[in-house]
Structure formats: C-alpha cells, structure tokens
Ligand binder design. Structure first.
Ligand SMILES: *Cc1c(COP(=O)(O)O)cnc(C)c1O
Length: 821
C-alpha cells in the first residue's frame, strides 16, 4: 500500500522533511535487500552492532530518495533531492508506522508466541488456511522488534487473515509488539527452557509473553501447562479461551487419544458436542503439540471435522534448503550459510546424517548462534547435547561466544574467534574424507569457508583483465545518458570470464543490474557476496525456491511461467516480488507477443505476489545494417507493448531493448536501460570499435618439444604429416579445455613469442601439438591460444562461428586468474 511522505511524517512525528506529496510503498531496514529504490523508505536503524546511517549515501546512489534518520548525515550536500525525515529514534518510528498501518485493518490477526514451534505453527496455519483466505504471514522467522513491523507492513487492502509471529528476549519488549500486532486470536505454543536472558523467573517470562493477548478475543494454549494456566488466570484476560487438554474432559478441547504409527500420528479429540479424528504425517511430540494448536485455530474459525481431517493429512515439513558440493581431499561440503538457530541446526544435522556414507567422519563448522534469547552457557550446553545426540564426530566452533563456551563440548573440537582466523590457521587444508556441514549466521560470512573447501583443479589458465573490463564498461557508459541503467550480462559464467569476479568489479563501479541465464548462476553470485539486483533470463520451473532464497528476479516469458511463479510466491507469502516481462518483438525465441497483451495485463493486475519491475525485448539482428528496418519495427512493437503494461501498473516500469550492438547503433533508443554483453568483454559485435580492450586471454605453456624427421607423422590417425624436418611443441590444452578440434591440422594457429605457430595433426582431448620449427622457443615458454595478440574474432572466422561461442567454450576446468594493471 502506498503512503505519502506527509502521511508518514504525521504518524512518526518527523521534522525537517521535503516533498510531502511523494509516495512510498516499500520499507527497507537492511540495505542489502534493496529492490525498489524509487518507492523505498529506508529506516536507518541504530543497533549495538551497526549504525545504518552509514549506508544512506550508497542507497542514495542506487536511487533511494526517502530516509528516516535520527543522526546527522554525511554527504548531505551531495543528495539535494533526498528527503530526510528526522525522528529521535528510528526503530520507534518504524514501530509507530507499523502500528498505524495495522489499525487500518479490521480482520482476524493471529499472534503466535512461545518458546518453541512458533515458525512451524505459523507455516502450518498457512498450509491449512491459505486456500480459504487471502493471507499474510511473517516471512521466515521475522518475529523481532524489527521483524514484526516488516511483517505487518505486508498487509494490504486484499488481506483477509494475518498470522504474525512474536519473539522476545527481554522484559518490556512484548508490550511494543502487542501494540503493533493487536492480535484478535493468540496462540502461546509453550514456555520452555530455564531462566532466559533478562527474565527473573519462568512466571515473569510467561506473564510477559501473555501480554501479547491482553486485548485478544480468544487465546489458545495448552491447558495442562500449570505455568501457562496460572498466568492466564492471574491476568484475568476475560477473553474466550481454548485451553486444550489431555486430562480435562469438560474443557473446551479435549484430546482423547494420540496414537503413533510408523509414519503418522492419529489424534482423536472432542470439541463442544462432537468428536473428531485426524492424522498428521509426523510422529514427533513437538509435531503433535504444534498440530493441536493449529486444530484449535481451525475450530475457532468454524472449520468442520471433515475439512480438518483432510487438510491435516497434507501437512508438509517446513522447507529447508541445503546443498552438497564436492570438496578437496575427498570431502563433501554441505552449505547452510543461510541462518543459524537451534531448530535449523537440528534439521541440518539430520540432513547430514542422511548424506553420510560409511567411513566418512561427520564434521560441523558452526558459528555463534545469534539472537537465540538464551544465555550463551545454556545455549551451547544445549547445542552440545544436540551434537552428541546426532553423532557428530568433530566440531569447529567459530565466534567469540561459542569459543568462550568451549568447555560445554565434550568432544573432538577446535575453536576460532573469527572466520578469518580459521581460514588463516591452515585448518582448511587438513580436512580429509569428511562430510562437512557448514552452518553459520550471515554475519560470519561462512561462504568464504565453503569456497576454501571446494575442489578446484588447474592446468592451463584463462587470464582476465578486470581493469580492461571496467574500461569497456565506461566506454559504453559514456555513450549513454547518466540516468540510463546498465544491465550487465554475466550469463554463461560471465561469457567465460568468471561471473563472480566480473560481477564484483561491476558492483564496485556502480553498474545497476546483473543478468544471468539460470538460477544457479545467480545463487553462486549471492553466495559469493554480490548484493546488487540480479535478473535470471531462463528461470527453470524447479528453481523458484532458489530465486526467492537468493533474491533473484526472473524473466517471465510465458503465461505458464507467469502462473507457476506467482503461485509459488503466493504460497510463500511473498508480496510484489520483482519480475521482468519479456516481449517477443520479432526474434521469435521467447516472450509475449503484442496479441498477448490484453490477457497479460489482466493476469498481472490480479497477481499481488509479483510485480513487473521491467519490460524488455531482444533484437534479432541489431549488428547488421541490412536488418535496420526490421530492428526499427522491433523497437516500435516493443514500445507499444511496454506502454500497455505501464498503463495498468501504478509504478514506473523500466524499459530496455538495446544489446551491445544496439547501444552503438541505436543509441537514441536507450529508454530507461540497456543490456550490455559482449562489449563488456572487449569484443565489438559490429567490427572495429577503437577504445575497447581485450579482457580474456587463454594461455598455456610448452610442455615438451620434439625434433622430428620429414617422414614422421604427429598425433591420432597419423594426420599430422610433416613435409620437412620439424620442431613440434606439445601443449597441455585440448578440446576438453575448449580448444575447438576443428582448429587442428593447420586450420588455426597459436601465438608463441609473438609468432604464429600452426596446429599440427588432430587436437587431442587434453593436449595439442603446434609447429615451432621457425620460432625461437623452449619448453616452459608461454603460449597464447586467444586474447591480447590473437582476437577471438579471428578464431570465430576460422571456425565459421561467433566470438560468443569461443569465449563461452573455455571449460570450467581451466583456472581463471584475475588481475588488475
Ligand atoms: C545475451 C543477451 C544480451 C547481450 O547481448 P550482447 O550481444 O552480448 O550485448 C542482451 N539481452 C539478452 C536477452 C541476452 O540474452
């Protein structure tokens, strides 16, 4: 929902602001999650760990114009059109805004709190109810003083039911969350653990949690818990209660019998005057407790016993994403650098148990677990118990807290204060035949560890000049208007150059967007720390979780994809996920045609889970003058389609059609953005463009030199027939590295010491031979296959192909080496 700046200023009592009529719809607190700069209101939060005022200028350069601040701002003079709403406390302002937003809705809001199971209850309620209601729920486990306001902010005109999680770690916090959530129905899952941070007693903790429900119409809890029942009584909430019980036959919800079978649990209950029974596909005690809470909600909402039975049978585990990679020294690496809390640790360890094969030791690399709400001593004692329970062989603990609790772990364990100290210790070299689970809070950047542990091989190298890349970026940049966005194509492993390094250099130079071909390429970039927006050109139907998990924005080119993607977004409770609409203006590869527009805009306007961030099209022949009429027609069709989409979209939709050749030849059609590919890598698709610089050079060295007589032959099938006494050099590179076999037998040459050395005989898989009879050279000398001295365009001509194919054919076993001048 949109708010004007003046509306917000009144709510948060801000001073000093300009542009009161401007509108925003997105709230941002984590600068790395920026997606819609124009519509974003950034809250510069100040925490013990961080002061987000420092990101303001960077966000400004990325297009954000509205900021809620509490401190003075550096560089203020460089941001003349920025809007600063000054308040005494930015977190309090965020909460005030969320509170005002919540008060606009008169719908059921379910608040979930308790020590364990909150997220699962919330997710299960979603699974059980989303077909009946337009629902909003807290993303992941956004349950904190910051997470709750962001969860509430998702509510909009069409929301019919909200499920919001609330977590606290200190006295006084729940009051604030209560004001924001104002739950009409409350669930308290349980109160566990010993004394927690800041709470004097279990009673105090229980009281504090229950304040969430002081104005609720109904509260749901385990009536057999004396602690919770007593607290409810003491608070005299005077609301309806569904205190479920295994003992109280006369209570509102009596659990008659729980029967565990191999893979199911059957639960028989009586509610008001009838009995019912259902089964869930889980057997754990925690699952039963969670399911009963969900049952109570369904009963409260008036669902009948048959419907309950049907839906409960279909409950699914709450999703987790883990990947396994090959590591060095016969290791396997399971990467879960996404989050770390105690629940997800257990799940990840279960996964590790399942992946383990006989004889493989199981190792866990674990960071401090942040924001657990427990005292470190208690927390790590618990972690230690879990590790024993799951049979972990070895622990590597990283972080000050876990290191301080070293003594809690009675197992083979080592500790490091920081990720860097672990990496510098050489410990990463010593793993052998282990199944390594890497689990860390984001702040610990454990992706560096997984990178260090991954398997890499090297022989011949592809040298990549990152300065040349930046020069090429600037070469095209200066052809364009300053406000035109540049989308850099790093698909196909950055045209062979290596997508991460290329992306990193571009990110540092103010490129606006990246585009990759498939979701995994984007995921790799995210894992490596690339934070700028990333488009995925060919999203596979089974990659949606990867897209959401790593904030990757898909290209949508068909109705089928559109429906499947928006449905998945909806199921995950996501709103306004950015997508890019592909128009087929004449290429006839992928995309919506002009005729598709009426149906497309209809569908789009009925899909709140996604939103068109941009619309684009691709040329069939922008590099050739003979197709210019066709290209101009493509532009006209594209503009018509874009106009239709923009007309039904209440925010600006970026348009882009120019590729590299287009930028040089149809500069006036740059619209709001362009997609730069080949040119970035130093190759002009339209012939010579002075100013471009070569980026990638494929290099090897001479392995061995042989003197051969005129009657000898070289290589397979005796193809390399010599006509004179020759010196033949063998090079450690073959077609498996990406040297096209058709270059053999004199079709092409390599460069050695500035001279041309033709290929002799057939190119082998890992080796090839060249004639160096006339060249002054020796074993170990450098050889250029293509690059600075021999353009890929020349190879492309020999092979009757295009430079793109040559660049992207360099195989992944060739090590990429990056340098700056
Ligand atoms: C690859 C690609 C580009 C870039 O093309 P270049 O000719 O390398 O500039 C642009 N748009 C789309 C859709 C592409 O697939």
């Amino acid at each position: 929902m949109n708010y004007t700046i003046s509306e917000i200023a009144v709510i948060i009592k801000a001073e000093d602001y300009k542009f009161p009529e401007k509108e925003v719809s997105v709230i941002l607190t984590d600068s790395r999650s920026l997606t819609f700069p124009e519509e974003t209101l950034f809250f510069a939060l100040v925490t013990e760990r961080n002061n987000a005022h420092r990101y303001i200028y960077d966000l400004y350069r990325k297009g954000v114009r509205h900021f809620v601040i509490s401190d003075n701002i550096a560089n203020k003079d460089k941001m003349p059109d920025a809007n600063f709403l000054k308040v005494p406390d930015t977190l309090a302002a965020l909460q005030q805004l969320a509170t005002a937003h919540r008060n606009r809705f008169d719908i059921p809001v379910i608040g979930v709190t308790g020590s364990n199971g909150k997220t699962i209850v919330k997710e299960w309620l979603y699974q059980l109810l989303h077909e009946d209601y337009n629902m909003v729920r807290s993303p992941r486990s956004y349950n904190s003083q910051i997470g709750v306001p962001l969860s509430i902010w998702q509510m909009n005109e069409s929301t019919e039911l909200a499920v919001i999680e609330a977590g606290i770690s200190q006295p006084g916090e729940m009051d604030k969350l209560e004001a924001i959530i104002k739950p009409t129905v409350g669930i308290i899952t349980n109160i566990g653990g010993a004394h927690q941070e800041g709470f004097a007693s279990m009673q105090e903790k229980s009281l504090e949690k229950l304040t969430l429900f002081k104005d609720s119409d109904c509260i749901i809890y385990n009536g057999d818990s004396a602690l919770i029942s007593d607290t409810v009584e003491k608070m005299c909430l005077g609301t309806r209660e569904i205190a479920w019980s295994y003992k109280d036959k006369n209570g509102p919800l009596y659990i008659i019998k729980v029967t565990k079978e191999d893979e199911n649990t059957r639960i028989r209950y009586s509610y008001l005057q009838y009995e019912g029974e259902f089964a869930i596909p889980f057997v754990g005690d925690a699952a039963v407790e969670n399911a009963i809470h969900c049952l109570a909600v369904m009963l409260y909402l008036g669902k009948g016993p048959n419907e309950i039975t049907k839906k409960m049978a279909k409950l699914e585990p709450v999703a987790m994403r883990l990947e396994v990679k090959e590591g060095r020294n016969n290791c396997l690496v399971i990467n879960d650098t996404y989050n770390s809390d105690i629940n997800s640790l257990e799940i990840a360890l279960d996964f590790q148990v399942r992946r383990a094969t006989a004889g493989m030791r199981r190792t866990l690399i674990l960071s401090d677990i942040l924001q657990s709400g427990m005292l470190p001593a208690t927390l790590y004692r618990k972690v230690s118990q879990i590790l024993m329970h799951k049979g972990v062989d070895r622990l590597i603990g990283i972080g000050p807290e876990i290191s301080a609790c070293e003594k809690s772990f009675g197992m083979d364990a080592e500790f490091y204060l920081t990720t860097d100290s672990f990496l510098n210790s050489g410990a990463a070299e010593r793993f052998n035949n282990e199944l390594i689970l890497i689990k860390g809070s984001r702040d610990f950047h454990f992706e560096q560890i997984s990178e260090a542990l991954e398997l890499k091989q090297h022989e011949t190298i592809l040298e990549v000049n990152l300065d040349a890349l930046i020069d090429n970026f600037n070469f095209y940049r200066q052809k364009l208007k300053p406000e035109t966005k540049i989308i850099c194509m790093v698909k196909a492993f950055g045209y062979g150059a290596g997508s991460y390094e290329v992306a990193k250099s571009l990110q540092d130079r103010g490129c606006d967007y990246l585009a990759v071909a498939v979701a995994d390429e984007g995921a790799e970039l995210r894992k490596a720390g690339i934070t700028m927006p990333i488009m995925v050109m060919n999203p596979e139907m089974n990659s949606f979780r990867t897209l959401f998990g790593y904030s990757l924005e898909p290209e949508i080119y068909s109705f089928k994809l559109l429906k499947a993607f928006s449905k998945e977004a909806e199921q995950l409770g996501i709103m306004h996920y950015p997508v890019h609409i592909k128009i087929d203006s004449g290429m006839h590869r992928l995309g919506f045609t002009f005729e598709d527009m009426p149906l497309l805009v209809n569908e789009l306007s009925a899909m709140p889970s996604i939103r068109a961030r941009s619309v684009f099209s691709h040329f069939a022949g922008s590099d050739e003058t003979r197709f210019d009429d066709f290209s101009l027609r493509q532009i006209a069709i594209f503009k018509d389609c874009a106009r239709i989409i923009q007309n039904v979209t209440p925010f600006p939709v970026m348009r882009h059609i120019l590729n590299t050749a287009g930028i040089s030849r149809f500069t006036d059609e740059q619209m709001e953005g362009v997609r730069l590919g080949l040119g970035l890598y130093g190759i002009s698709p339209i012939g010579n463009e002075p100013g471009l610089r070569n980026v990638s050079t494929l290099k090897t060295t001479i392995l061995q030199i042989k003197e051969l007589d005129a009657d000898q032959t070289v290589g397979y099938s005796r193809k390399g027939v010599l006509s004179r006494k020759s010196r033949i050099a063998a090079l450690p590179i073959g077609y498996a590295d990406g040297v096209d076999r058709h270059l053999g037998n004199g079709k092409g040459y390599v460069i050695i010491n500035g001279r041309q050395a033709p290929y002799v005989g057939n190119i082998c898989m890992d080796v090839c031979m060249v004639d160096v009879t006339d060249i002054d050279c020796q074993e170990g000398d450098k050889v250029e296959i293509f690059g600075d001295q021999l353009s890929v365009c020349v190879l492309a001509k020999w092979l009757d192909t295009i430079p793109y194919e040559i660049l992207t054919s360099v195989s992944s076993r060739v090590k990429r080496v990056y340098y700056r001048e």
